[in-house]
Design a protein around this ligand. Structure first.
Ligand code: FE2
Ligand code: FE2
Length: 226
């Protein structure tokens, strides 16, 4: 069994472009942001922005895992089904918790309790991936650097266009997640831009326009599916 990816050098993991190095980098960034939020040293607005950054990174990162990495692990590793169902279940729990956080006002005492629960699940998810799933993936592709790099670029491409917020009805596995994920991702990213550019009237008009179009498209699609 390969050691945890935290104990291997960049070279052993397949180089800078390898999916294992990219995963480790994102996990470290999530850890840094969660520590920053928990330290409570930021002003209210900055702290909310940190939480927003954690949510965006967590969801795009996990969506790309579910789309690119876990199907590969199921195909190549004998215990892939068991390993990936567990991590998908964790992703679903994180999804539900973050949806509850987004429905709760930051001043509500339950808000930080929910955040704490979500952070502890995110940390558990990271630990399992670094110690178990990613070393199994490394073995499953025979430590082949080209394959690890290829998985890295594919994962990164999906991550850059993935949804950035929880969506309770989205399936955790392809093709269901991808079918729902594409329009949701456009909607999420429009909303992120709107929040970031809320003070600029030009940006606000463009973003509100696109968000309205996407919402109308989603409503039509939901009606068509019923
Ligand atoms: Fe991960
Ligand atoms: Fe994950």
């Amino acid at each position: 069994m390969s050691p945890s990816i935290t104990q291997q050098s960049v070279e052993e993991l397949g180089g800078e472009a390898s999916v294992l190095v990219r995963q480790r980098r994102d996990h470290a960034e999530l850890d840094r942001l969660m520590n920053l939020y928990t330290a409570g040293s930021q002003a209210v607005e900055g702290r909310q922005q940190t939480l927003e950054d954690i949510i965006q990174l967590t969801f795009s990162h996990a969506f790309a895992e579910e789309t690119v990495l876990w199907p590969t692990l199921r195909r190549l590793a004998q215990d892939g089904e068991e390993l990936t169902s567990r991590v998908e279940q964790e992703h679903q729990e994180i999804n539900n918790l973050v949806a509850a956080i987004e429905r709760t006002a930051p001043a509500d005492p339950r808000h930080d309790e929910l955040v704490e629960q979500a952070f502890s699940l995110i940390r558990q998810d990271i630990r399992e991936e670094e110690e178990l799933l990613l070393p199994r993936l490394q073995e499953a592709v025979d430590h082949d650097r080209a394959r690890l790099r290829h998985l890295g670029t594919t994962w990164e491409t999906v991550r850059r266009t993935a949804p950035t917020h929880p969506h309770p009805a989205v399936a955790r596995r392809p093709p269901g997640n991808a079918v729902a994920g594409v329009p949701l991702s456009a909607f999420d990213r429009a909303r992120d831009m709107f929040r970031a550019g809320a003070r600029d009237p030009g940006t606000r008009t463009i973003v509100m326009g696109s968000a309205a179009l996407i919402t109308a498209w989603l409503a039509r699609r939901t009606r068509a599916n019923h």
